[in-house]
Design a protein around this ligand. Structure first.
Ligand SMILES: C[S@@+](CC[C@H](N)C(=O)[O-])C[C@H]1O[C@@H](n2cnc3c(N)ncnc32)[C@H](O)[C@@H]1O
Length: 279
């Protein structure tokens, strides 16, 4: 129990369990015992803002399922850490192997679909878009699109705005920043993703455990550093749904600390946390 002696609000075992159930139900995220301080820290602000005096009151509020507070709870609980060209070997493989292969395989339909699932503030999607623009620059008249989604409404808004400070752009490299991120007038330390990048990407808020409006098939899915927060059964449900939206050979990239061992047989490992859908 987190007691009022050291904290403003009491977070009892019972209320922590109620919050765990709510978070699991709405996001798929399993909160371990070790996450109690984190949950307290992130939600105490909401209690203060709502002028509530206890977590019991907060639980009762969210259990009533008001859409707005449910979204606030989701936004507070998700961990959105990301950066440009994170796990860069995936972007290198995308540029040198995946996209050239897709160019050959899709020469009759001239269509490619990619998805950044759990895109956070957009760095992953813009990194993919840079690689796509560079590797496919010679393709004219093709129908190429990148969908980027996240459950957290705030990060999706940031991603869609596409404005980043110099600190965030440090992993992009000076030449690419010059080419793809023009400065923002009146904001000396910020740059905005170019229209060429933005026009490739559709940003949408989407819960991976809600209905999916898109039909696919997706040639490439990046779902990296998202499922670490889900238990194995929840991961299985998710990757089975993703497999249904891919054709045999479809590419799936997951995070460096994730794997599909004992999760699903519908993908086979072909590289460093890179999988392809089986027949
Ligand atoms: C740590 S970030 C990873 C960002 C990026 N993919 C990367 O690897 O840098 C995980 C993201 O997954 C999102 N997420 C968690 N549960 C989700 C769910 N059920 N549906 C959609 N997105 C979810 C979070 O909001 C968060 O932005």
């Amino acid at each position: 129990m987190i007691s009022p002696a050291s904290h403003e609000f009491e977070l009892t075992d019972r209320e922590f369990d109620r919050l765990r159930v709510l978070v699991r139900e709405h996001t798929g995220i399993s909160l371990s015992d070790g996450k109690r301080e984190l949950v307290y820290g992130r939600l105490a602000r909401r209690l203060r803002r709502l002028k509530l005096t206890s977590f019991a009151e907060y639980c009762a509020l969210v259990e009533g399922r008001p859409a707005e507070e449910t979204q606030e709870l989701i936004n507070a609980i998700t961990t959105n850490l990301t950066h440009f060209f994170r796990e860069n070997y995936h972007f290198e493989q995308l540029a040198t192997e995946v996209l050239p292969q897709l160019e050959r395989e899709r020469s009759s339909t001239r269509r490619m679909r990619l998805w950044s699932a759990g895109c956070s503030t957009g760095e992953e999607a813009y990194s993919m878009a840079i690689v796509m623009r560079e590797a496919l620059a010679h393709l004219l008249g093709w129908d190429i699109k990148l969908l980027a989604t996240d459950i957290d409404s705030k990060v999706v808004a940031t991603a869609a705005a596409g404005i980043y400070g110099a600190d965030r752009l440090s992993s992009v490299g000076a030449e690419r920043v010059r080419r793809w991120f023009p400065p923002v007038a009146g904001r000396p330390d910020s740059s905005a993703a170019s229209d060429e990048l933005k026009s490739l990407i559709t940003f949408r808020q989407l819960n991976l455990f809600g209905p999916w409006p898109m039909k696919g098939p997706f040639d490439v899915i990046f779902c990296r550093n998202v499922v670490i927060y889900f238990d194995r059964d929840t991961q299985r449900t998710l990757f089975d749904r993703m497999a249904d939206l891919q054709e045999p050979g479809g590419w799936l990239f997951i995070g460096h600390s994730e794997n599909l061992f004992n999760v699903t047989q519908r993908y086979r490992l072909v590289g460093r946390t890179v999988y392809r859908r089986v027949e």
